[in-house]
Ligand binder design. Structure first.
Ligand SMILES: Nc1ncnc2c1ncn2[C@@H]1O[C@H](COP(=O)(O)OP(=O)(O)OP(=O)(O)O)[C@@H](O)[C@H]1O
Ligand SMILES: [Mg+2]
Length: 300
């Protein structure tokens, strides 16, 4: 059953947000002062929607996503409301939150290596993560799921590569492995925090294309966090722009790109090369230089 079908069976109106954040404030209180790093942030994500959160370093993007997942660093406090489907996440205790995390909301981070254990094969790691959230699943079934998930993110020859260790993959392929791990849980919402920042621009475009494909195939919602407006232009339908913990402006992608209201957004727009330009550049490269692009995994 796809997530959109699930919505219908639950009789939820299609326009009711799947995630509703209200007045979210994240702070690091100290003896002397309370350092607020996210101030009264509010936004909605419609079912199956894709929202980009954009802003310079330190603007509070990661703290926002970690607050949603209740994974803030020690010492941080959060207030406000975070409603996911019908559940107020801020009211959940840790065991219930752990069920949401991973199995209903999945996170993908910038650096897959920091999330993967170098001593276990990627297949074992996908399978174990899967078994941790699905009771009564045998190792054999979970191994099957690992292969299927790797196939879904277009890792060719997945039945063999499922036995590879993380270091045997390129950066782009490792990010595919992380996306496969997230996908194996069939999440309703994927939060990706700078998933392509460490990748070169052609691999970046492939991973963004993959996220879009997954969204279309599964109906999952997406929150894509990036400092780079070019990244969200093709991948999301709505954008919120943050600076110093404040929402600077929000709206449909086309509107933000064609009629940015805030000077800060205009500055971000001026600062970035368009990803389409980068793709055009790639197309004009001599074939030897472009060779790796469609088959990035062939490096293996
Ligand atoms: N453990 C901490 N203690 C105190 N302040 C922190 C802590 N972690 C983060 N901050 C502060 O919170 C603010 C927001 O950080 P956040 O990581 O959300 O930024 P970001 O928008 O994700 O930036 P980047 O693009 O660099 O990832 C920053 O000013 C940062 O210094
Ligand atoms: Mg961050």
């Amino acid at each position: 059953m796809t997530n959109s079908q699930r919505d219908q069976t639950l009789d939820q109106p299609a326009d009711r947000p799947m995630l509703s954040v209200r007045d979210l404030t994240v702070a690091f209180p100290t003896a002397k002062a309370t350092n607020e790093v996210v101030h009264h942030l509010s936004f909605d994500l419609p079912p199956g929607g894709a929202l980009g959160i954009v802003g310079e370093s330190g603007s509070g993007k990661s703290m926002t996503s970690l607050a949603i997942m209740n994974l803030l660093p020690p010492g941080a406090t959060r207030s406000g409301s975070i409603v996911f489907r019908d559940t107020e996440l801020t009211a959940l205790r840790e065991p219930a939150m752990r069920t949401v995390r991973g199995s209903r909301i999945a996170m993908i981070f910038q650096d897959p290596l920091s999330c993967l254990n170098p001593y276990y094969t990627v297949g074992d790691q996908i399978a174990e993560a899967y078994r941790a959230h699905r009771h009564g699943v045998s190792r054999r079934q979970a191994h099957r799921v690992a292969i299927e998930s790797m196939e879904r993110v277009h890792i060719r020859d997945a039945a063999r590569r499922v036995n590879y260790y993380p270091h045997q993959f390129s950066g782009g392929m490792r990010q595919r492995v992380m996306i496969a791990m997230a996908l194996s849980m069939e999440p309703e919402l994927i939060i990706a925090d700078e998933p392509t920042t460490a990748l070169d621009v052609t691999v970046q475009a492939q991973i963004l294309g993959l996220l879009t494909e997954i969204r279309e195939n599964t109906g999952a919602g997406l929150i894509l966090i990036t400092h780079d407006l070019a990244v969200v232009s093709e991948t999301t339908d709505q954008i919120i722009v943050m600076r110093h913990g404040d929402l600077v402006e929000s709206g449909p992608v086309e509107q933000i790109f064609s009629e940015p209201r805030a000077d800060y957004t205009r500055m971000l727009l001026d600062a970035v090369p368009r990803i389409d330009d980068a793709i055009d550049d790639m197309r004009t490269l001599p074939s030897s230089a472009a060779h790796e692009t469609p088959t990035e995994g062939a490096r293996l």
